[in-house]
Design a protein. Structure first.
Length: 148
């Protein structure tokens, strides 16, 4: 039995035009492109995601300035694990933004806003809610406001 190379062109069209692009800009890493990532390395990347979440959740954040540390670590831990797992190919998750991408960003931002409003209306109708003091009370320091 001869193994056939997998076609990665638009003719494959596994998920349809709504998800796959005609220019063949695909999700990286799942099919060995641009580099194959072993199961062991993926497990370490997942563990790094868990560690980053725990850092964000459990490092005390007495104010918005100090809170920048776990927020930065959250991103750095996960991105560092990706760099470790993929080497110089970590940049595959970042590509040039095209005009179509900007349109999709605007569309999904609008959809996110509408869904958030609908969920907020539903929750506030069905349950008693409390105001978020982080956004209702003025910041005591301009630097805190910037950090927030």
């Amino acid at each position: 039995m001869n193994a056939q190379p997998r076609s990665t062109g638009p003719a494959t069209n596994r998920f349809g035009r709504l998800i796959e692009r005609r220019d063949n800009a695909d999700f990286p890493y799942y099919d060995g492109t641009p580099v194959r990532v072993s199961v062991g390395r993926w497990i370490i990347v997942w563990a790094a995601c868990l560690a980053a979440f725990l850092v964000l959740s459990f490092i005390p954040q007495p104010n918005d300035i100090v809170a920048l540390v776990p927020r930065a670590l959250f991103t750095a831990i996960m991105l560092g694990a990706l760099v470790w797992a993929t080497g110089p190919h970590w940049k595959a998750v970042f590509r040039r933004v095209a005009v179509r991408d900007i349109g999709l960003m605007i569309l999904f931002a609008a959809l996110n806003y509408v869904v958030t409003l609908l969920v907020a209306l539903l929750v506030s109708t069905l349950f008693s809610t409390a105001t978020n003091t982080a956004v209702t009370s003025p910041a005591s320091d301009p630097l805190d406001l910037v950090a927030l």
